[in-house]
Design a protein around this ligand. Structure first.
Ligand SMILES: C[S@@+](CC[C@H](N)C(=O)[O-])C[C@H]1O[C@@H](n2cnc3c(N)ncnc32)[C@H](O)[C@@H]1O
Length: 255
């Protein structure tokens, strides 16, 4: 059973990696593949409805399956060791469906491909992808994608409990992975209506996701996470945070 779990986790990780790399190529319009401006042509409204449905499927899958209550419920039916891999499998399937069925909306919002602004936007997008990849390693890349859990199942050892961490980027923003996605999705030299729909819906979803994720993080880490929220901006680095000070007239404690 341990080896089967390991093989399953490794397969899911490779599938995730393939969909993730394809997503980068899809958004960055790598020639020779179906990109965000490709797919079957039809009416604008059909494209809007289909694209919103695809984004909605991903959002619902991601939000519901990531919640603590759902995890507690379905680990009564599947082993805990493959819970994260199964979550990653469903998320990757939802992304693969989106990449496959996406309909183009080719109207142009901005086109600065032949200017310095275009090069700067491409650089920001690359920074976004890099920040998010590094941030997964800062939190724990292999735990995030389920490999650590199946490895421990195979070795019959127990995985360490998730701990609260604030390394590197996490000192400046609470959600560097999501910041990376937002940078990568919006920083494009060629913004079409389809790309705008994708970026706007993904950004909206990220903020809804943050609301639920932080609720779970407070349940998990309590006062530590509350203090962190007080000190560190959510997504925009260096944004000043209002930290509540004790009233000036408060009596001093006797030493
Ligand atoms: C997809 S990651 C996104 C993390 C974070 N929201 C970000 O944008 O960098 C979600 C997982 O990270 C965990 N997580 C988020 N912030 C964390 C922190 N400061 N320390 C440890 N785990 C954290 C959550 O519990 C969740 O399992």
């Amino acid at each position: 059973m341990g080896f089967a779990a390991l093989a399953y986790g490794a397969f899911v990780y490779l599938f995730f990696l393939a969909t993730f790399l394809y997503t980068i190529a899809f958004v960055e319009r790598i020639p020779g593949i179906k990109t965000i401006d490709g797919g079957p042509n039809g009416s604008v409204w059909t494209a809007v409805v289909v694209d919103l449905l695809l984004l909605g499927i991903f959002a619902i899958q991601h939000s519901v399956m990531a919640r603590r209550g759902f995890k507690q419920w379905w680990t009564r039916y599947i082993p805990l060791s493959i819970e994260r891999s199964t979550y990653v499998l469903f998320a990757s399937l939802a992304i693969a469906l989106l990449l496959w069925q996406w309909r183009p909306l080719t109207g142009v919002v901005w086109d600065v491909r032949d200017s310095a602004a275009g090069a700067i936007l491409i650089a920001f997008s690359a920074i976004g992808w890099i920040v998010l990849l590094i941030s997964t390693c800062l939190i724990n890349h292999f735990e995030l994608f389920g490999l650590q859990q199946v490895f421990h199942r195979w070795r019959e050892s127990s995985a360490a409990k998730p701990t609260f961490k604030t390394p590197a980027f996490y000192k400046y923003v609470r959600h560097p992975i999501y910041l990376g996605f937002i940078l990568a999705f919006w920083s494009t030299p060629y913004m079409t209506h389809g790309h705008l729909l994708f970026a706007a819906a993904a950004t909206g979803y990220i903020f809804v996701g943050i609301f639920f994720e932080e609720r779970d993080l407070i349940t998990l880490f309590g006062e530590k996470y509350r203090n962190y929220r007080q000190r560190v901006p959510m997504i925009i680095p260096l944004l000043p945070k209002h930290v509540k000070q004790p009233p000036a007239s408060a009596p001093r404690s006797q030493s």
